[in-house]
Design a protein around this ligand. Structure first.
Ligand code: URA
Ligand code: URA
Length: 231
């Protein structure tokens, strides 16, 4: 405190002049109008295989201690539709593939109900390792894992994303709104339409909500038809 702002400004100008002169002597001809290295990824996105490689035998969060294996994702690397769930359960942890337990079998039937096969779409989770006793993912676990989900989505660049259950929708949409208010409405994630719906595990416990998800899936199917121009 107590520094005259005019002196500070003079010092700033002097330092900038010295800096620019040094840059000029190093060959700099002009100052770029925008930062050269911004937050946007430079160059083409990674492939799914490269994202998997970068993830490695991950120990970025505490879930690594309880997992059998990482459950990265499965399906078509050029899928037009990606489903994003929450986290692997016991079956997924054992097999290394998302959505293969009871909820997964229901998801497979939901996919078939909209005229697709499981292998046409891509399926992954916001969390790649099974939480103990299937508890909800914690904030630090989501923070550690989310960059890899984002890179998976960048690699695939689907035309449409469907999130399953509250945590997936809330993570990608950066909201705390309950899934009951998010579901059935189209949002946008980095330019890609995103439709939240209920989680198939929730449907197993609340079968009367199947008609709600069926409505959501009809909207999903319509959107996909519109976006791909195929019937
Ligand atoms: N529930 C999920 O959210 N993901 C899975 O892979 C399995 C069950
Ligand atoms: N409550 C949940 O926990 N999940 C859903 O998918 C719906 C309601």
């Amino acid at each position: 405190m107590g520094t005259d702002p005019r002196d500070e400004l003079r010092e700033l100008v002097r330092a900038t002049r010295i800096y620019l002169e040094a840059q000029r002597q190093l060959g700099l001809e002009c100052i770029p109008a925008a930062p050269v290295a911004g937050p946007a990824p430079a160059g083409p996105p990674l492939t799914l295989a490269e994202v998997r490689e970068e993830l490695g035998e991950c120990t970025r969060c505490k879930l690594c201690r309880g997992r059998t294996q990482i459950v990265f994702g499965v399906g078509n690397p050029r899928a037009e539709l990606v489903f994003v769930g929450e986290a692997p359960g016991a079956e997924e942890d054992a097999q290394g593939e998302p959505f293969v337990g009871r909820a997964g079998q229901l998801l497979t039937r939901i996919i078939q109900a909209i005229g697709l096969r499981r292998e046409d779409v891509y399926i992954c989770n916001i969390i790649k390792c099974r939480p103990p006793a299937n508890r909800n993912p914690e904030a630090d676990e989501i923070a550690a894992c989310e960059p890899f989900l984002l890179k998976q989505l960048e690699a695939i660049r689907p035309k449409l994303i469907c999130t399953l259950g509250g945590p997936a929708a809330q993570t990608l949409l950066k909201t705390k709104e309950p899934i009951s208010r998010l579901r059935g409405r189209l949002f946008e994630f980095r330019g890609i339409p995103l439709l939240p719906t209920y989680h198939p595990a929730f449907l197993l416990r609340n079968p009367h909500e199947k008609k709600t998800v069926w409505q959501d899936m009809q909207l999903l199917q319509r959107e996909l038809t519109r976006l791909t121009g195929r019937a």
